[in-house]
Design a protein around this ligand. Structure first.
Ligand code: GRF
Length: 211
C-alpha cells in the first residue's frame, strides 16, 4: 500500500508513520509527504529521509475545491492509494473526501466525538473530564467526523494543564497511529457501511490501548 501523508506543521506523527513503514515487516510504504504549508518542518525531515515531498500553498487558490483538485492530482500522479492526515490543518471538500473514501485516516487529539476542532486539551480541562486521549478515524465530510478506528486514553490529573496534557496525548498518538496504519495495510481492519470490523490479530495489536 503506497501511502501519502498530509501535514501542515511539525510532523511528529508523520515521523512515527515513516519509521513504522521503514520496518521490513511493513505492508505500507510512504510514497509522498504533502504539505499546504511550504515552511512545514516535517517537509525537511521527510526530504532528509529520501521521501518525495510536495508543497502547494493553499493561499494561492481562490477556492478550496481548486486546491483540493490539485492535491488529489498530486496524490494520483505519485501513485498513492491511501492517505493519512497528520496535523493537516485544512478542511477537505466533499469531492476530495469521496475520492478517498475509506482510504483516508486522520488522527485527532481528543476522545471523539467529544472536542472536535481546535484547542482540544484546554476544552477538555475546562469541561472537567477525567479522561482524555486521541482518536484515529476515517475521514468523512464533517470536521473530525468519521468511523472511529481506535482510541488511546489517559487520566487527567489535577496538576495537568493544556501543555502537559497535550504532550501526554501526543505520546499516545505516536503509538496508536502507526499501528492503525499497519492494520489497514495488512487488511486486518475492514470497513463496510461505516461499520469497522477487526480481525483477531487486529484486536490483539490494539489490546495495549484498552483501559
Ligand atoms: C497532533 O496532535 C494531531 O493529533 C493534530 O495535530 C497535531 C499534529 O502534530 N491533528 P504533529 O505535526 O504530528 O507533531
Amino acid at each position: 500500500m503506497r501511502v501519502g501523508i498530509l501535514i501542515s506543521g511539525f510532523g511528529s506523527n508523520m515521523i512515527k508513520l515513516l519509521e513504522s513503514c521503514e520496518k521490513k515487516s511493513s505492508s505500507a510504504s510512504i510514497g509522498l509527504v504533502f504539505s499546504n504549508n511550504p515552511r512545514a518542518d516535517g517537509l525537511k525531515y521527510a526530504h532528509s529521509k529520501g521521501i518525495k515531498t510536495v508543497s502547494i500553498d493553499h493561499k494561492d487558490f481562490k477556492e478550496r475545491k481548486l486546491f483540493d483538485e490539485k492535491v488529489n492530482k498530486t496524490l494520483l500522479d505519485n501513485n498513492i492509494d491511501f492517505i493519512c492526515n497528520a496535523g493537516f490543518m485544512r478542511i477537505h471538500s466533499e469531492d476530495f473526501v469521496n475520492n478517498w473514501f475509506n482510504r483516508h485516516l486522520n488522527i485527532h487529539p481528543s476522545l471523539l466525538p467529544s472536542f472536535k476542532g481546535l484547542d482540544t486539551h484546554k476544552r477538555a480541562l475546562d469541561a472537567g473530564v477525567k479522561f482524555a486521549g486521541c482518536t484515529v478515524h476515517l475521514v468523512r465530510a464533517g470536521v473530525d467526523e468519521g468511523p472511529i478506528i481506535s482510541q488511546a486514553a489517559t487520566s487527567i490529573r489535577s496538576i495537568d494543564n493544556a501543555e502537559s496534557l497535550g504532550s501526554k496525548i501526543l505520546k499516545l498518538e505516536h503509538k496508536l497511529y502507526p499501528i492503525c496504519l499497519q492494520l489497514f495495510a495488512e487488511k486486518l481492519i475492514t470497513v463496510s457501511n461505516d461499520k469497522v470490523s477487526y480481525k483477531a490479530e487486529a484486536i490483539k495489536k490494539l489490546e495495549e490501548f484498552k483501559v
